[in-house]
Design a protein around this ligand. Structure first.
Ligand code: IVH
Length: 652
């Protein structure tokens, strides 16, 4: 075959395969046999291999994924990804309608659509090609998961029809129930922890580092939000219909509603019909159809004023309480967990339920072997609502909270005013030690690549580490003898440990895992007290003098440094040259230009992320605030800023 003939054949095969993918994955209406499809794909891949000059990123052959592991790059969202405010009753929906009617005199239409329970995604298309797929992340920036998203067959790589040259479309990535069940069966067979629910499975899959594994998981996607300039219609539903003609999968159950009664009909209908759907839904999203009215109504700090979510009431089932086990966390807090007779609830098999603390057990008056009602709401882990007293056998023993730590047998303590029991053996109790190590290596802490909880387990169980300072004494010979550890991984761990010595002081302070010292508190402590020595020697008054630090935090810091083992730990970390004080050049460009000014940032910005702007304000001595008051000096307004906020700013 000469190149010209190959080009013609490749083109033909790509078009046909795209068409069949679309029929199968978007329309759910396959027109050819899988076998013929596979043969066509094999032929296309053969030709693309022989004629690499015809490579194209949107070829259907590119959906199989690659086995190269990728780290996700964080990228800023062009438009912030906000969430919706939740409502649980028709009354609250009525209130939403009233709020909107107070803000506008125009007549308007609503659109009701299903609220899919997966993981949200933002897709960017340029000239009809998928160029980037980003997870929600913190709403301002997310992980670039394009390679993985390319494997999802219902997401078009190349659009059809009359699409805008540049736009963003958002939707939900889902793992259908059938795939979820198979996946969890496989995981249990190989001794891996099954996913708790379809949402976790979808987001876990999307974050896999190897896209060829993602390709085998058969993720699906529904799109529900088109964003951009010069879009072909003002109506949200009309835009979705356009998007369907470009090749996207849009829910066929989205419906226009003219008034509250029509909305309530939709809510009641889908509360039942959703159980027949192949994917998880947890409510209905009610939106105003006109996008110009949407813009006019704008946003509150967290969510749009033009839409709300109505959440379905959680389903309840009854099952038997088999036993209660106790988990010890990083801080030593002991959490009771109910082990249940497996029962199907909202599409997943429930085996465990959280009991939170001793009071919850007492209030529920739980007895072993009780029949209990279990509910799964928005939270990942189901909870016990009540025990069925009519079914209680007189011999059922009450559940009594344990007195000793299940891991190290130390007598548990409960501080006044606290609901949790703690194991006080902070320097000897294995899950506490491991938890501290895991916290230390995390992304927001020292960000030690290559080390994960499994490796920490392995190192700990082989007596190579007990505390965070031990990490810096690890040698290559310690690592390569471990199970499943190659020279390359060992080198990577040592390299990132070395790199972590450059992590700024405030993050080292956070990484130490002192109770109540979160990211913000660590920042403030570092900024005001400047070094670990100053912090460790600070009096109660000096500590509470730092902004945002009250009694509880100050006491916790003092206690931590009173422990001689912690002092030894700090000395060792100093010897390893970690940043234990503010390094002067760490704050290059620091000025006092904005000193004394309270500044609020609102909306989105093309050139900077909001985080960058906030750091810049801090660097120049200004203070970031989040709500407008008489004390606010400046408002930095970006795109998409809500009209009410702007109005309020003008007034104050
Ligand atoms: S619209 C500005 N529509 O629910 C808000 N969201 O709590 C735009 N979701 O993060 C979101 N189905 O992941 C919208 N039909 C739907 C949805 C939906 C599910 C998710 C989405 C969002 C969350 C909001």
């Amino acid at each position: 075959m000469n190149p010209q003939e190959a080009a013609i054949r490749i083109n033909h095969l790509r078009k046909e395969l795209d068409r069949h993918n679309y029929n199968y994955y978007v329309l759910n209406n396959p027109q050819i046999d899988d076998y013929i499809f596979d043969q066509m794909m094999a032929e296309l891949m053969g030709l693309e291999k022989n004629f690499p000059e015809f490579y194209h990123p949107a070829s259907p052959s590119q959906r199989v994924g690659s086995d190269i592991n990728v780290e996700f790059k964080q990228v800023p969202h062009k438009y912030q990804m906000l969430s919706l405010s939740n409502t649980y009753s028709e009354e609250e929906v009525r209130e939403f309608d009233q709020r909107v009617r107070k803000l506008t005199d125009q007549p308007f239409e609503y659109v009701c659509e299903l609220k899919f329970d997966g993981t949200s995604i933002s897709l960017n298309y340029e000239n009809g090609l998928l160029v980037r797929a980003v997870t929600r992340g913190d709403g301002e920036k997310g992980d670039d998961v394009t390679a993985n998203v390319r494997t999802i067959k219902s997401i078009p790589l190349q659009l059809k029809g009359d699409y805008p040259p540049e736009f963003e479309i958002r939707g939900e990535i889902l793992l259908p129930f059938s795939v979820f069940d198979n996946l969890n069966n496989e995981r249990e067979e190989i001794g891996e922890q099954p996913f708790a629910n379809v949402r976790n499975a979808a987001s876990g899959t999307l974050k896999l580092q190897n896209s060829s594994v993602v390709a085998t998981r058969n993720l699906d996607a529904y799109l529900y939000y088109v964003l951009g300039n010069n879009l072909p219609d003002d109506g949200h539903l009309e835009l979705l219909q356009h998007a369907a003609s470009w090749g996207f999968k849009i829910s066929e159950h989205t419906r226009k509603c003219m008034n509250l009664d029509e909305i309530f009909d939709y809510l009641r209908e889908w509360n039942i019909r959703r159980k027949m759907l192949p994917v998880a839904t947890d409510g209905v999203v009610i939106k105003i159809n006109s996008t110009s009215l949407q813009r006019e109504l704008g946003y509150t700090a967290k969510s749009p004023r033009w839409a709300i979510a109505y959440k379905f009431k959680a389903e309840q089932v009854s099952t038997k309480l088999l036993s209660v086990s106790y988990q010890v966390g990083r801080t030593g807090a002991v959490t009771p967990v109910a082990n249940l007779e497996p029962v199907l609830l909202s599409g997943t098999v429930v085996r465990r339920a959280t009991l939170h603390n001793a009071d919850v057990i007492k209030n529920l008056d739980l007895h072993l072997s009780d029949v209990v009602f279990v509910e799964k709401g928005g939270e990942i882990i189901p909870k016990i609502i009540s025990a069925d007293l009519s079914e209680r056998h007189p011999m059922n023993e009450p559940v009594v909270f344990i007195e000793r730590c299940p891991e190290c047998n130390t007598l548990l303590i409960r501080q006044e005013g606290e609901s949790a029991y703690y194991c006080p053996n902070v320097t000897g109790c294995p899950p506490q030690l491991k938890g501290k190590l895991e916290h230390f290596i995390g992304r927001k802490s020292m960000n030690i690549d290559g080390l994960g909880s499994e490796t920490i387990d392995l190192l700990f169980n082989n007596n190579l580490i007990r505390n965070v300072a031990d990490l810096y004494e690890l040698k290559e010979s310690d690592l390569i003898n471990l199970d499943r550890m190659g020279e390359k991984s060992a080198a990577k761990i040592l390299e990132s440990l070395e790199l972590s010595k450059k992590v700024p002081f405030e993050r080292v302070l956070f990484a130490l895992g002192i109770r109540y010292v979160g990211e913000t508190v660590a920042k403030k402590l570092a900024r005001d007290l400047k070094s670990i020595d100053q912090i460790s020697n600070a009096s109660y008054e000096e500590l509470t003098g730092v902004e945002e630090i009250g009694d509880k935090i100050a006491e916790s810091i003092i206690n931590w440094f009173n422990n001689s083992e912690n002092r030894i730990l700090i000395d060792r970390l100093k010897n390893f040259n970690l940043n234990l004080e503010i390094v002067s050049d760490q704050k290059e460009g620091q000025t006092e230009k904005l000193k004394g000014l309270s500044i609020i940032i609102s909306g989105t910005f093309e050139k900077f992320s909001r985080e960058d702007l906030k750091s810049y304000i801090e660097l120049n001595g200004g203070k970031n605030v989040t709500s407008i008051s008489a004390k606010t000096d400046y408002l930095v307004a970006g795109e998409n800023i809500g009209p009410a906020k702007l109005e309020k700013a003008k007034k104050t």
